[in-house]
Design a binder for this molecule. Structure first.
Ligand code: COA
Length: 374
């Protein structure tokens, strides 16, 4: 017998440290001034271009981001460092990602009224993983005392929706009863804070989603009606860091392509139609009309991008509550963004209401999850 999977709990771990646009821009401009002073001669002789200042107005207008949460503010804002400084943990201590995910997972379990014994699997789905192995998911499984199995997966910004599909399909087929799907995202460590074009984009967070068989749910929940995932190769969002780094002829050189890189304009132009078409197809296949959809929980990368997608899907300008944004407070948190929006803006839906989670990003990748409130 096929089981209906359901989301019965969600949790968000929000780092305490906040960086406002004003603080970020002040640090970036101080760094640019330092670099320009160092290169004064080359700049005066026309051999180098001076670094330009960043601006708060540009950041808000281009992205809608007002502040971001991070795991280490001091390192990022120090113009002589410009990246987070995270204490390396010993092998006997929980890893940073496991600790973040644990907080979110406990909140998701508490919301569902569940404990470790009720969980059969842990999926850690994130755009970067702290180490190659053992899987961070297995560490989280161990820290929570969960039996069963666990594994890591990475589909960049779409990791969470692809993770939900994996969990939902296993529940539907009967191989597991339930799964915790967690998304610890330390985006601050793969962002190049010295690059004016993108230094404002990312923040850190962790989210967790508990999926169970709908028949086992003890309270209000969301049935997963269906999921759709799609990918199409693109170099427009890329990070070349990886385990072959030390094997390269240029060794450990501080190369720009070892951090997040994007061609933002192209991403915007290519991903908006890809996502709108993906959602429209998913809704058509499920016989869901625009008027049947009470909420869109979209990936949180850029406000105008979400405005375009919302308009295309609903056929009109969405009301703010129909398509909630959280990126003004968190920035882009990769796979976690749409889950934060879902977690914060879903309680008010009435039984029978439909909503759709959709994430998109590097790959390219797009994943959508159609939910019905029960
Ligand atoms: N402060 C001030 N000015 C800046 C700036 C900054 N921090 N960064 C760039 N600018 C300038 C540029 O130099 C450019 O100046 P010019 O017109 O004189 O050449 C101008 O602002 C426009 O830059 P552009 O990069 O074309 O801006 P944009 O409107 O495309 O916005 C993004 C940039 C990245 C916010 C936007 O393209 C975007 O969000 N794309 C999608 C990103 C996405 O979803 N990525 C997924 C990541 S997982």
């Amino acid at each position: 017998m096929a089981h209906i999977p359901a989301i019965t709990g969600t949790g968000v771990y929000t780092p305490e440290q906040v960086i406002t646009n004003a603080e970020l821009v002040a640090a970036f401009n101080a760094y640019a001034d330092l670099k320009n002073a160092e290169n004064a001669q080359a700049i005066a002789e026309g051999r180098a271009e001076p670094m330009q200042h960043s601006s708060e107005e540009f950041i808000v207008k281009a992205s809608g981001i007002e502040r971001r949460r991070v795991m280490d503010k001091a390192g990022i804002l120090d113009p002589r460092v410009m990246h987070p400084l995270l204490r390396q943990r010993s092998d006997d201590e929980p890893s940073i990602m496991a600790e973040m995910a644990l907080d979110a997972a406990k909140k998701a379990l508490a919301q569902a009224g569940r404990g470790a014994r009720d969980v059969d699997a842990v999926i850690c789905a994130a755009s970067n993983l702290e180490r190659a192995y053992p899987a961070v998911a297995i560490e989280i499984q161990d820290l929570l005392g969960i039996k069963g199995f666990a594994f890591d997966m990475n589909v960049a910004c779409s990791s969470a929706t692809f993770g939900i599909q994996a969990a939902a399909d296993m529940i539907r087929s009967g191989s597991i009863r339930s799964a915790l799907m967690v998304n610890p995202e330390i985006c601050s460590a793969h962002l190049e804070w010295r690059d004016r074009d993108c230094h404002f984009i990312f923040g850190d967070v962790a989210t967790a989603v508990l999926l169970e068989r709908a028949e086992d749910a003890t309270g209000a929940h969301f049935e997963v009606r269906s999921t759709r995932c799609a990918t199409a190769f693109s170099n427009n969002i890329r990070n070349n860091n990886g385990f072959l780094r030390r094997s390269r002829p240029d060794g450990m050189a501080d190369r720009r392509d070892m951090q997040f890189m994007q061609n933002g304009r192209k991403v915007f132009k290519e991903v908006v139609p890809m996502v709108s078409d993906h959602i429209a197809r998913h809704m058509a296949e499920e016989d869901i009309a625009a008027d049947d959809l009470k909420r869109l929980w979209l990936h949180q990368a850029n406000k105008s991008m979400n405005d375009f997608i919302g308009c295309k899907v609903l056929g009109r300008v969405p009301e703010p509550q129909e398509q909630p944004n959280i990126l003004q407070d968190y920035a882009n948190t990769s796979s976690a963004g749409s889950i934060i929006a879902f977690s914060q803006y879903s309680d008010d839906l009435a039984p029978g209401d439909h909503g759709l989670i959709c994430s998109f990003g590097a790959g390219y990748s797009v994943g959508s999850v159609l939910l019905r409130r029960s």
